[in-house]
Design a protein. Structure first.
Length: 165
């Protein structure tokens, strides 16, 4: 099985490190966390005339909103209205799609961590070629399992709505 590529962006805030995990069919780079603007930014690139997707896992200790409707996802300064947000325990999961080309993504929350001195983000490439690596299990538990639960819930809810109609 070939898993989609994902990136882990470590954000160092004082002596604490928080990791943002992004899974996408696009190439991702130039990651930045701006605590004053309460946003994460990164670039995505993909083949023209194709659709890109991105799942982003954000620790609530880094960036959060009081309710899921407050999250904003911007792609090249266009607000993505049809983004999906799921909040579980200590993480927020965002999913959105876009048309491929060279794009800048901004994910905006309403609250951000306030470290003693600035933040620094360093991307770390984590290949998915060994099921025994910790990165695989982090990826599985923070992205795939919550996504699967969401899909089952939505399908069940849709089925119940159709039966009631």
């Amino acid at each position: 099985m070939h898993a989609p590529p994902f990136e882990v962006f470590d954000i160092v805030l004082g002596s604490t490190t928080r990791s943002v995990i992004a899974l996408s069919n696009s190439t991702m780079n130039v990651f930045d966390f701006d605590m004053l603007r309460k946003q994460l930014c990164f670039n995505i690139t993909g083949p023209p005339i194709t659709t890109g997707y991105c799942y982003v896992t954000i620790p609530k200790e880094l960036l959060w909103c009081d309710n899921p409707e407050q999250w904003q996802v911007w792609v090249n300064n266009t607000l993505i209205e049809d983004r999906k947000v799921m909040e579980v325990a200590n993480y927020t999961y965002l999913y959105f799609t876009y048309n491929h080309s060279i794009q800048e993504v901004r994910i905006v929350g309403t609250h951000a961590a306030s470290p003693p001195v600035g933040g620094k983000a360093t991307p770390i490439n984590m290949p998915m070629n060994n099921l025994e690596t910790p990165s695989f299990w982090i990826w599985l538990t923070t992205i795939i399992l919550p996504l699967a639960v969401t899909v089952v819930y939505v399908k069940k809810r849709k089925r119940n709505t159709e039966i009631d109609s």
